[in-house]
Design a protein. Structure first.
Length: 209
């Protein structure tokens, strides 16, 4: 009986020593996943702030675009009125008045041409629309990135919970000298480690969720 008892005691001691090592390693991993979850949470908050900035800028550029569209209509009305004025001026009328009307017409045509220029010209309609669309695209990309970081935060939080439960079960097992709780600790904590490895080796999977 004595040799058998000694062997059983030795096996228990080795088992609970393994539990102690497992608890230590799992605790370190739990700290790591907590830090990573916080890290991605900070990134998510930063991106959300940037997305709001992009949204506000896009709205500002669209407001400028609408204001310039209104100017376009005003310029076109002025051009039409000046053309009518020129057509109604008698050929024997004042040369000075005709020159003044033509100069004014040329000025409004210049304004209108600038509005209709390509997007490389500042304050043209195409330029303002391009700026607004660029900010909108940046806003959409920020939302996608924020969603990806949210997935990482949730995943790391989930792993942290599993690891903490594993540590807790292992600690109780070691105190109470209860082997079934020790096995439960291995199962729960081990599953947490597997999920952590999956997150680390296949981050693209989280981005598609």
């Amino acid at each position: 009986m004595a040799p058998s008892s000694n062997l059983e005691h030795h096996n228990l001691t080795r088992f609970f020593f393994t539990i102690s090592v497992f608890i230590t390693a799992t605790s370190v991993l739990a700290v790591y996943t907590t830090i990573m979850g916080t890290h991605y949470g900070i990134k998510k908050d930063d991106i959300q702030s940037e997305s709001i900035t992009h949204l506000v800028k896009s709205q500002d550029w669209w407001n400028d675009y609408q204001a310039h569209k209104l100017r376009e209509k005003i310029f076109q009305i002025q051009i039409d009125n000046l053309n009518n004025t020129l057509n109604q001026l008698p050929s024997s009328g004042s040369h000075q008045q005709r020159v003044f009307t033509m100069q004014t017409l040329s000025k409004y045509q210049s304004y209108l041409s600038k509005l209709h220029a390509n997007k490389s010209i500042t304050d043209s309609l195409a330029n303002l629309a391009n700026k607004a669309q660029t900010e909108e695209k940046s806003y959409d990309q920020s939302l996608i990135a924020s969603s990806e970081y949210s997935n990482f935060v949730e995943a790391y939080d989930f792993v942290t919970v599993l690891l903490i439960i594993g540590v807790g079960l292992g600690g109780i097992s070691e105190i109470a000298k209860n082997k079934p709780l020790g096995y439960a600790s291995f199962v729960v904590g081990g599953f947490g480690v597997i999920v952590l490895l999956a997150i680390s080796s296949m981050p693209a999977v989280l981005r598609t969720l």
